[in-house]
Write a protein that binds this ligand. Structure first.
Ligand SMILES: [Zn+2]
Length: 172
């Protein structure tokens, strides 16, 4: 799914954590963490450069280690076991919301148009998707057009609208 939807869902996770679960943490940092981790799997594109990515036909869902759930699980285990105690205590309140944000990103991207998720990447590159995948178009115009005509686009608009409504509702 697209960055705008990942941002909206990240903000919704933050609000849910702050209102429903009463997380003991700075609200601004909570929003920052959830929005950041809701988008970090796609961060190879700005780092790589959009023009370069298009020219090289870079498919970040298959080629970027940021987009492999196993990478984040291993990183989490490394932090939990090797990071100094003071660092672990500082990040502890944010660890769960960061993991939830990452998990929801991968779950959302499992509804794809041209690509799914390599849940077992980099070892197994099979793509999983709740929707039937179609071949990746050659041009960016066709890419955008097929996406806008897809059911994924409609689902994404529903998620985005739901998130915005949820964010506008004041907590009781
Ligand atoms: Zn993604």
């Amino acid at each position: 799914m697209t960055t705008l939807t990942h941002i909206a869902v990240g903000a919704m996770i933050a609000k849910a954590a702050l209102t429903g679960h009463k997380i003991e943490a700075d609200p601004a940092v909570v929003y920052g963490v959830t929005i950041f981790f809701s988008n970090i799997p796609d961060m190879d594109i700005p780092l790589f450069g959009i023009r370069r990515a298009i020219a090289l036909k870079w498919n970040h869902r298959i080629q970027s280690f940021f987009h492999f759930p196993l990478f984040w699980i291993i990183l989490y285990l490394i932090v939990e076991t090797l990071a100094p105690l003071n660092i672990r205590q500082t990040i502890e309140p944010y660890m769960t919301i960061a993991l939830v944000s990452l998990g929801i990103h991968f779950l959302m991207d499992t509804t794809g148009v041209h690509s799914g998720i390599c849940w077992f990447g980099p070892f197994i590159k099979k793509q999983f998707s709740f929707t039937r995948l179609i071949n990746r178009p050659e041009t960016i115009g066709t890419f955008v057009l097929t996406y806008c005509k897809s059911a994924v686009f409609k689902v994404e608009m529903l998620i985005w609208t739901g998130c915005v409504i949820y964010l506008l509702i004041k907590p009781v």
